[in-house]
Write a protein that binds this ligand. Structure first.
Ligand code: ZN
Length: 188
């Protein structure tokens, strides 16, 4: 099943995701299809909401980016690539550290980029695609991607975290995208 990435203006992007009680074959199929859609769009992360499902599920793979990441498991540094491809089911996040700025985009907001301020590190506990519990800490792009995707699972979008100035600067594009999506939904 080829999944379509929904754009800003689609109501599912504002829905909080439901917890996934068990990793059924259907969930595994959805995860696989989400990875395919994310790689096809050359993204580093994709949330279930972005493919029309309000669930506590996102997929991440930062290996295609040159932006640095670091990670730790059980207090020991690990190669972040060793955690990829990463599916997070029912993730619990504890962000920590100083607030840092970094560029972000979103597959549901084509061509719109902005610096977003977030804590530099994040501690993550989740189930992976195999139903195993994973625990790790991340910094850099991986931390940022996880925090961005986890926001999606709660109906929060990166435009909500833009500075007032950035939001104002991007307002015409954001409004146009919203109107275009609404018009497409009406036609269906
Ligand atoms: Zn996004």
């Amino acid at each position: 099943m080829a999944l379509h990435v929904v754009k800003y203006g689609h109501p599912v992007l504002r829905q909080k995701g439901a917890a996934i009680p068990t990793i059924t074959p259907e969930v595994r199929g959805l995860i696989e299809a989400m990875f395919e859609a994310m790689y096809a769009a050359k993204g580093v992360g994709l949330a279930a909401q972005q493919v029309g499902h309000a669930l506590q599920l996102c997929v991440i793979d930062i290996r295609g980016s040159e932006r640095p990441s670091t990670a730790e498991v059980d207090g020991h540094p690990v190669d972040p690539s060793s955690l990829m491809p990463l599916a997070l089911v029912n993730p619990k996040l504890k962000p920590f550290g100083a607030e840092v700025d970094g560029a972000e985009g979103c597959l549901s907001f084509p061509e719109i980029y902005s610096d977003i301020t977030r804590p530099e590190g994040v501690e993550v506990e989740a189930l992976n695609q195999h139903g195993q519990t994973v625990r790790f800490k991340a910094w850099g792009l991986l931390s940022r991607a996880i925090q961005h995707e986890n926001d999606h699972l709660n109906g929060i979008l990166f435009i909500d975290r833009m500075t007032q100035d950035d939001r104002k600067e991007h307002k015409p594009e954001i409004d146009a995208l919203h109107a275009e999506t609404k018009a497409k939904l009406k036609k269906k």
